[in-house]
Design a protein around this ligand. Structure first.
Ligand SMILES: NC(=O)c1ccc[n+]([C@@H]2O[C@H](COP(=O)([O-])OP(=O)(O)OC[C@H]3O[C@@H](n4cnc5c(N)ncnc54)[C@H](OP(=O)(O)O)[C@@H]3O)[C@@H](O)[C@H]2O)c1
Length: 343
């Protein structure tokens, strides 16, 4: 019996649905995002993690590049010391783009383990398939002179290091993020340990149906980032043509029926569709509402069908900083014609 004290209005973590990975491991079907979007400090995010654990969250989506693992680590340690069973937690972290390749992946993982005060991660992801460094917070127009395209042999080199982390017992599962079908096909052909999860942008206005279905068919669990359409994303990630999920008339109408914020409808849609949403918020009423979305008032089948019709193919995190030569646009990063964009 867990000794860790939940808040009086918490969601019982045992009631939160779980997804089963191809390894048989089970993951809480909703997690808390921790990217502060340059707006929220590391301490604010760590405080949200503390509150979220007491509210019943057991899945936290971290990354070294978010710059707050050293602040989140003590919160996890405190919760475990207070009786939270490590085995009931699901902690993800990610290797950043400047740490791909031989030797560096291990260094990066060890850094995250030290910062997060853990002796293993449940999931470790390759954050982006492009190895080029750019400083956190840089403008989308900025280009690294070291920018490189996706080169499969290089990615595989990184993946072999990821596999090694599993063999060493430092991570339980490995996965990908920001991938495309042609890149995943190459990886699946060569991986000794298959990716358990693919973290990808997913919200009602960006449903990525082909990639989503491809992942399911391959036994890869999709994890959906920006599940609410990331209204607080950095200004540098906003363009005039971006649409706003939480202002969509259908989302707003369903929210009115349920008496919730439209954000909660986005979270419910994600949960019921089968991805694992990882909504971010530092506000307790919001992250509690998002967790409650997993245990009460499901959307109707008709609402789910209607929501599948509002996809606008509106990618918010376009990845412009990864472009590797002049006269390219961000679509080149996403292999839209079904093959890996040539160097
Ligand atoms: N793998 C990757 O490359 C990648 C990329 C991006 C993100 N991620 C991960 O995905 C997580 C989530 O993405 P995100 O943070 O960009 O966007 P998001 O979760 O779609 O949106 C977060 C914002 O939505 C608002 N919100 C959240 N819950 C709400 C509620 N119940 N009611 C009203 N408003 C609510 C909050 O804004 P207010 O504070 O204004 O209320 C919050 O800042 C990140 O934190 C990160 O862990 C991964």
């Amino acid at each position: 019996m867990e000794r860790f004290a939940l808040a009086s209005d918490a969601v019982d973590p045992r009631q939160v649905p779980q997804r089963t990975l191809y390894t048989g491991s089970r993951v809480p079907a909703i997690g808390l995002g921790t990217f502060g979007s340059d707006r929220f400090s590391a301490d604010q995010v760590a405080q949200a993690v503390r509150g979220a654990l007491a509210a019943g969250y057991r899945h936290i989506d971290c990354a070294s590049v978010y710059g707050n693992e050293p602040q989140i680590g003590p919160v996890l340690a405190e919760a475990i010391a207070a009786g939270l069973d490590r085995r009931d937690l699901w902690i993800t972290s990610k290797v950043w783009n400047d740490m791909h390749g031989r030797g560096r992946v291990l260094l990066s993982c060890e850094r995250s383990l030290v910062d997060l005060r853990l002796d293993y991660l449940d999931l470790y992801l390759v954050h982006w398939p492009f190895p080029n460094y750019h400083p956190p917070g840089c403008n989308v127009g900025s280009r690294s002179p070291d920018a490189r395209p996706y080169i499969h042999e290089h990615y595989l080199d990184t993946w072999r290091q990821m596999e090694r982390l599993v063999e060493m017992g430092l991570v339980r599962h490995i996965g990908t993020s920001n991938m495309t079908i042609p890149k995943l096909e190459r990886l699946l052909a060569d991986a000794r340990i298959r990716p358990a999860c693919n973290e990808m942008e997913l919200h009602p206005h960006f449903q990525q149906p082909e990639l989503f279905q491809f992942c399911l068919d391959q036994g890869i669990q999709p994890i959906g980032f920006c599940p609410i359409g990331s209204p607080t994303r950095p200004d540098r990630d906003k363009t005039e043509s971006d649409t706003v999920d939480i202002e969509d008339p259908l989302v707003v109408q369903i929210a009115r029926r349920l008496g919730v914020h439209p954000a909660v409808v986005c979270v419910k849609w994600a949960l019921q569709r089968g991805q694992i949403p990882i909504p971010f918020s530092i506000h307790r009423h919001e992250y509690l509402a998002n967790l409650r979305a997993a245990v009460q008032d499901p959307l109707t089948d008709q609402e789910m069908r209607d929501l599948s019709g509002i996809n606008k193919n509106c990618r918010l995190i376009k990845g412009q900083v990864f472009l590797w030569k002049d006269n390219q646009n961000w679509q080149d990063l996403w292999d839209l014609d079904g093959r890996i964009t040539p160097p």
